[in-house]
Design a protein around this ligand. Structure first.
Ligand code: PEP
Ligand code: MG
Length: 604
């Protein structure tokens, strides 16, 4: 057996099966000189290929809307835009006429150039757009020269799809019956392929270095999307292990769902609020299905990322209202736009930056665009008249930003009052604690906010200097780092000293190894992707608060990640049944299994 390879856990679940390798650049584009009298016919052939590609995308949009809702289909709206873009369409026609070359060669040159420029962008969102360009390139070239790369819909038997990267439409062609799992070299938890894999329930591991060189089509491959591990050519022992994990995972999911309507309460009666993070309206249903008590984070910017411009106050109001009404009597924490970083696109135009995560992002963008900010605040305030709403500001780094944001909120309130529009005068205002500077002055910020919610996704990247989307340094992205625990503790204590509620909406809240530590430290709420809620509820319902407190104290006394992990494992053991509790641990997880002795193998 080859060794285990660590990647990024992009979609939970286990699979063992035959690999199917999708190579990049399989479409061979021939280059041909045209006679002058062939030129116009070639332009028409190009136009008709575009038309067929548009029709294919339309059909795909319809299929995806029916199966996954509007959001999944929105990605293909971008593809349609590319197919209508004069920089693509007119430039290709012009190129055919000027260079007297065939459509495939000219089109390939233009699209390939765009793709390569975008893929080199430091900004993850822009880099992801290169996948859309590549997708459209392939689609049109397939029309111009049929017989290119095998699409996922053509798969004959269930396989594990292995690729450098997957484009949105390749993923969308997926028949969950035929794809056991995805393994990709590129991408992360936020890539389109990962989002789609999660919503379809297909396990996926991203960021697996050189995986396309390590497997061949037909090789056996075992995938653990729960902790982000892949085993190439697993031996019999490993296959058995994965198969058993798969069965346990499925059983556990069924078992866990039985907890849906039970409270997240410790054995000694301490209740913890469990709520869901959502990005799209469909998320509400998922949150309710998995037993969420409200929405702990509505990432509003996702609602409008595919739009050409940010919507009006009225449109935002009606979007928020629908969700709030569905979730009532539980509350929805609405976050103001966190644009910038890896989420650029809609107005206000975000400039290209060398370090977008350290740049013009979130509250900084909102404060620089008071009109956009005001629109959103008014929409949120108006929503608050109809159900329990809380407001949260992202990326607060100091008191000035918070005070400026609150000042604009006051202006929004005054304007609504002047117009006689109702809103909740006492709308709770919270801060995302996701910048180390904010954590360092948590006591000061806590005095000015109604609640705090710890955003570990960013807090970890900023504290440990590890880009959250960079597969190369993913092994350093450690939730159980003592520096993170200390900051979390500091924020909880500061909040509580001021009588404020403290929650967590970063991914760490969905790490079962962290649960006892977090509730032991006194966290009031944990908010996460809906499908992960039952697992965390299970841990909470399996321990006493006293035990969790001892676990937290022990963990805070550790000097190393290894030390904290050891403590977390010891206390969490047995709380989730037999499933290995590996989330967020990266490479630290599997070595003990690989070191299994011959005797143990025989016993197994
Ligand atoms: C976070 O940073 O932890 C968070 C929840 O916000 P986002 O993932 O949207 O940056
Ligand atoms: Mg964040």
């Amino acid at each position: 057996m080859d060794r285990m390879i660590s990647g990024i856990a992009a979609s939970p679940g286990f699979a063992v099966g035959e690999a199917h390798l999708l190579h990049r650049g399989e479409i061979l584009v021939e280059e041909r000189k045209l006679e002058p009298d062939e030129v116009e016919a070639e332009v028409r052939r190009f136009e008709s290929s575009l038309e067929k590609a548009r029709e294919e995308i339309e059909a795909l949009q319809e299929k995806i809307t029916n199966t996954m809702g509007e959001e999944g289909a929105r990605i293909f709206g971008v593809h349609q835009m590319i197919l209508h873009d004069p920089m693509v369409v007119e430039a290709t026609k012009e190129g055919i006429r000027q260079s007297l070359r065939n459509a495939g060669a000219v089109f390939d040159e233009i699209m390939g150039g765009m793709r390569d420029t975008l893929s080199e962008a430091a900004d993850e969102y822009l880099a992801q757009r290169s996948l859309d360009i590549e997708d459209v390139r392939r689609r049109v070239l397939m029309q111009l020269a049929p017989g290119g790369r095998l699409l996922l819909r053509d798969l004959r038997r269930p396989v594990v799809v292995v690729a450098e990267e997957l484009t949105p439409s390749e993923t969308a062609h997926l028949d969950p019956e035929k794809v056991l799992a995805f393994v990709t070299e590129a991408g992360g938890r936020t890539s389109h392929a990962a989002i789609m894999a999660r919503s379809l329930g297909v396990p996926a591991v991203a960021g697996v270095s050189r995986i396309t060189e390590r497997v061949r089509t037909g090789s056996l491959i075992a995938v653990d999307g729960t902790s982000g591990q892949v085993a190439v050519n697993p031996d019999e022992y490993m296959i058995k292990f994965f198969e058993s994990q798969k069965a346990i995972f499925a059983e556990l999911e069924r078992e866990l769902l039985k907890l849906k309507n039970l409270p997240a309460v410790t054995l000694d009666g301490r209740e913890v609020e469990l709520s869901a993070n959502i990005e799209f309206p469909e998320g509400v249903e998922s949150a309710l299905n998995y037993g969420a008590r409200g929405i702990g984070l509505l990432r509003t910017e996702y609602l409008y990322l595919g739009c050409e411009e940010l919507p009006s106050e009225d449109k935002q109001y009606s979007d928020y209202l629908k969700m709030v009404e569905q979730v009532a009597p539980d509350s929805v924490i609405i976050r103001t736009f966190d644009l910038g970083g890896d989420k650029v696109g809609v107005v206000p135009a975000t400039p290209l930056e060398r370090n977008p995560f350290l740049g013009w992002r979130a509250i900084r963008v909102s404060l620089a665009h008071p009109k956009v900010f005001m629109n959103q605040l008014r929409a949120i305030l108006r929503t608050s008249a109809h159900g329990p709403v809380k407001l949260i500001f992202p990326m607060i780094s100091g008191l000035e930003e918070l005070m400026q944001a609150k000042e604009i909120l006051n202006q929004a309130k005054e304007s609504l009052s002047r117009e006689g529009m109702p809103f909740d005068e006492d709308l709770p205002v919270g801060i995302m604690m996701e910048i180390p500077a904010a954590c360092a002055m948590a006591d000061i910020l806590a005095a000015e906010a109604d609640f705090l919610s710890i955003g570990t996704n960013d807090l970890i990247q900023y504290s440990l200097a590890v880009d959250r989307g960079n597969a190369q340094v993913a092994y350093l992205y450690q939730e159980l780092h003592p520096a993170i625990l200390r900051q979390v503790k500091m924020v909880i204590d500061a909040g509580h000293r001021h009588g404020k509620w403290v929650g967590m909406c970063g991914e760490m809240s969905a790490n079962p190894l962290a649960t006892m530590i977090l509730i032991g430290m006194g966290l009031d709420e944990l908010s996460m992707s809906p499908e992960l809620l039952p697992e965390i509820k299970k841990v909470i319902r399996s321990c006493t608060h006293a035990e969790a407190k001892a676990c937290a104290d022990d963990a805070l006394n550790q000097n190393t990640v290894e030390g904290v992990t050891g403590v977390a494992r010891r206390y969490t053991e047995g709380k989730l049944g037999e499933l290995v509790t590996d989330v967020g641990e990266g490479a630290a997880v599997y070595p003990p299994l690989l070191q299994t002795t011959e005797e143990e193998k025989e016993d197994a």
